[in-house]
Design a protein around this ligand. Structure first.
Ligand code: HEC
Length: 153
C-alpha cells in the first residue's frame, strides 16, 4: 500500500484504540446507597452462617455497636465507607465497585443472617473494599451486628 493510504488507516486504528480506552475508563462504579442493592457477597461457611447473635440486644450493646460503627471524627471507622447512618453513602463510597452495603435497605439486608454479617465483618469480603477486622473481639463484632440490624427499614 502507498504511504498516502496508510496514514488515514493508522489514524483510524489509533482513534478506535483511544475510544475503547475512554469507554473503559468511563465505566463508573455503581451509585452508592441503591435499594434494593445488588449483592454478590460470598456466603459464610455453615459454622458461621448458622449462628445467631448470642448477645441480648440491650441498650448497652446497641450503643457500643453504634459508637464503634460511627467512630470518631479522626477515625471514622465503618462510617467512612458505609455512612454514619449506614445508608452506604460514606465519604469514600463513590470510589468502590461493588459499593459499600446499604444497611438501611431492608430488601437487601433483612434475609442476610447474623452469622453472615459476623463473618464478613471479621474476615472482610475478598476482592472488594470491605476489609477484615481481626483485632475486634467476638463481643465487639456481635455488638456491631446488633447495630446494623436496627438500621433496616
Ligand atoms: C474501606 C471501606 C469499608 C470499610 C472501612 C468498611 N466496609 Fe463494610 N463493606 C464495604 C464494601 C465495599 C462492602 C461490599 C462488599 C461486597 O459486596 O461483598 C461492604 C460490605 C459489608 C457487609 C456486608 C455483608 C453481606 O454479606 O452483605 C457488612 C456486614 C459490613 N460491610 C460491615 C462493616 C463494618 C461493621 C465495618 C466497620 C467495622 C465496615 N463494614 C467497614 C466497604 C467497607
Amino acid at each position: 500500500m502507498r504511504e498516502q493510504t496508510m496514514l488515514p488507516l493508522r489514524l483510524l486504528t489509533m482513534l478506535a484504540a483511544m475510544l475503547s480506552f475512554a469507554t473503559f475508563a468511563a465505566r463508573a462504579a455503581p451509585p452508592p446507597g441503591e435499594c434494593p442493592q445488588p449483592r454478590f457477597t460470598g456466603t459464610a461457611p455453615a459454622e458461621f452462617y448458622e449462628r445467631s447473635n448470642p448477645l441480648p440486644a440491650t441498650p448497652e450493646h446497641l450503643s457500643a455497636g453504634e459508637r464503634r460503627f460511627v467512630g470518631t471524627p479522626e477515625n471514622e471507622s465503618c462510617a467512612i465507607c458505609h455512612g454514619r447512618k449506614g445508608d452506604g453513602k460514606g465519604p469514600l463510597a463513590r470510589q468502590y465497585d461493588p459499593p459499600p452495603r446499604n444497611f438501611t435497605c431492608a430488601k437487601t439486608i433483612v434475609g442476610v443472617p447474623d452469622g453472615q454479617l459476623f463473618w464478613i465483618i471479621r474476615y472482610g469480603s475478598p476482592g472488594t473494599a470491605m476489609p477484615p477486622h481481626d483485632k475486634l473481639t467476638d463481643e465487639q463484632v456481635w455488638q456491631l451486628v446488633h447495630h446494623l440490624r436496627q438500621l433496616a427499614k
